[in-house]
Design a protein around this ligand. Structure first.
Ligand SMILES: O=S(=O)(O)/C=C/c1cc(Br)ccc1O
Ligand SMILES: [Zn+2]
Length: 258
């Protein structure tokens, strides 16, 4: 059965599907056979300090966990990156059903969800807000989620979701190391792209892990109990919070593996 993805109805994604003049928009389909192995790509070095974890909140588009990025305490370096980047937040995108939900696809296959760990270039720019406007300002690690075994590290997050069910609710969340959500397999694809939510700026070096992590049905269902709407508004379930695929245009996706 062709798993056609309904275009997301949320106002955010009713905005123009591509920004005028955009040449490096995200997400994209990663055609495995068209990706080019780059032997000069380094391993990605991830060093997160769980005590930089601050809070978890529902911003009306996704739920996100934010970090103290006032110093180089949770960083990534290496891979395709020429600078050290600081972790600012991570969040997810998911579908109403398990047939779709990821933003990127691999050989046109959708995963039920996708994790984004957002970092900014604190070597060259004074703040996240400035880095968002620069071509090499951000680095986002993308991790696919697939249906399988329960993920113990994710369960800590899932247990906190009822407290952030409505838009603009926040709870303190500490001592969480998000590297437990990143596959140990070092293989990744990388390409020059953009944020997939407004301001859609073309400032992201994407690092998409080849291997997915496994989560179970109850954990995916927990994501779907969140709401786009604030307390007191007519409830709209937070599902299908992904942006449609964007044209590859004049870009090559590189792989860190043969
Ligand atoms: O889905 S992403 O492209 O990772 C969006 C990331 C993003 C992160 C922040 Br922080 C602010 C605005 C944004 O759009
Ligand atoms: Zn995202």
């Amino acid at each position: 059965r062709k798993n056609t993805r309904k275009a997301a109805l949320h106002p955010l994604w009713q905005s123009p599907l591509t920004i005028p003049g955009g040449t490096r928009q995200s997400p994209i389909n990663i055609q495995w056979r068209d990706s080019v192995y780059d032997p000069f790509l380094k391993p990605l070095k991830i060093s997160y300090d769980p005590t930089t974890c601050l809070h978890i909140w529902n911003n009306g588009y996704s739920f996100l966990v934010e970090f103290d990025d006032s110093a180089d305490r949770s960083t990534i370096v290496g891979g395709p990156l020429e600078n050290k980047y600081r972790l600012k937040q991570f969040h997810f995108h998911w579908g109403a059903i398990n047939d779709w939900g990821s933003e990127h696809t691999v050989d046109s296959k959708f995963y039920p969800a996708e994790l984004h760990l957002v970092h900014w270039n604190a070597v060259e720019y004074p703040s996240f807000e400035e880095a968002v406007m620069e071509g090499n300002g951000l680095a986002v690690i993308g991790v696919f989620l697939k249906l399988g075994a329960r993920h113990e590290g994710l369960q800590t997050l899932v247990d906190a979701l009822p407290a952030v069910r409505h838009k603009d609710t926040v709870i303190e969340f500490d001592d969480f190391d998000p590297s437990c959500l990143i596959p140990s397999c070092p293989d990744y694809w990388t390409y020059a792209g953009s944020l997939t939510t407004p301001p859609l700026t073309e400032s992201v070096t994407w690092i998409i892990k080849k291997k997915p992590i496994e989560v179970d049905e109850d954990q995916l269902e927990a994501f779907r109990t969140l709401l786009f709407t604030s307390d007191g508004e007519e409830e709209r379930r937070m599902v299908d919070n992904f942006r449609p695929l964007q044209p590859l245009m004049n870009r090559t996706v590189r792989s860190s593996f043969r």
